[in-house]
Ligand binder design. Sequence first.
Ligand code: HEC
Length: 189
Amino acid sequence: MRGVLGGIVLTLLIIAGVGLLVITFGLFPIGADNPPSAIERRLANMATDAYVGAHAPNQANPVPPVPAALADGARLYERHCAFCHGGAAHRISVMRAKFSPPVPQIVNRIPGDPDSHLWWVAKHGIRMTGMPSWDGILTDDQIWTVIAFVKHSGDLPPEAQAAWRAAAGLTRAGSQPTSPPAVGKPPAK
Ligand code: HEC
C-alpha cells in the first residue's frame, strides 16, 4: 500500500516538475494566436458548465420578447457585443479566431443554453478568455434584454430587425439629421 501511494506521489511530482520546467523555459505558448489544446478546452468547458449551472439564477428571462424590447436588445448588442460575437453587417466577426479560445458567433449559431445561463455569463464574464464582465456597465435588466435579443435574433419581428440594421449603420433610419439639405452648392460629381 505504501509503495503504491509513494508511486502516485512521485508520479504527480514528476508531472508538476515537468510542467514547471515547460513554463519557466518559455515553452508554453501564451500568444492568443495559439488555439487551446483539446484537453485545455475540455477542462475549461467542464468548469464553465459546472460553475454556471451552479450559480446562474433559476428563473426565466423577465424581459418579454416583444418587438420594442427586442429592438432595444438589438441596439445594445450591436453597440457592445457585435465586434466580437458578429453583428447585422458581419454575422461572423473578423475577430472570431483572434481570441484563444475563439469567440462563439452567437447570432450565427444561437446557443441552446437557458437564458439564465447566458445572462450569468454576460454579467460575470469568463476569465482567461476574452469574455468581459458587463456588470456595472449594463444593468441586470439590460443584460436580460440583450439575451432576449440573442435568443430571438434568428426570427426577429420587422421593428427589431430594422433597429438592428440601423444600429449597425446599414440603413439611415434614425441616424440622419432632420434639417433640410443645404441649397446652392454645386452638385457633387
Ligand atoms: C472582447 C470580445 C467580447 C465582447 C465585446 C463580448 N464577448 Fe461574449 N464572449 C467572448 C468570448 C471570447 C467568449 C467565449 C468564452 C469561453 O470560451 O468560455 C464569449 C462568450 C459569451 C457567451 C457564452 C456563449 C455560449 O455559447 O456559451 C455569451 C452568452 C456572451 N459571450 C454574451 C456576450 C454579450 C451579451 C456581450 C455584449 C454585452 C458580449 N458577450 C461581449 C468575447 C466577447
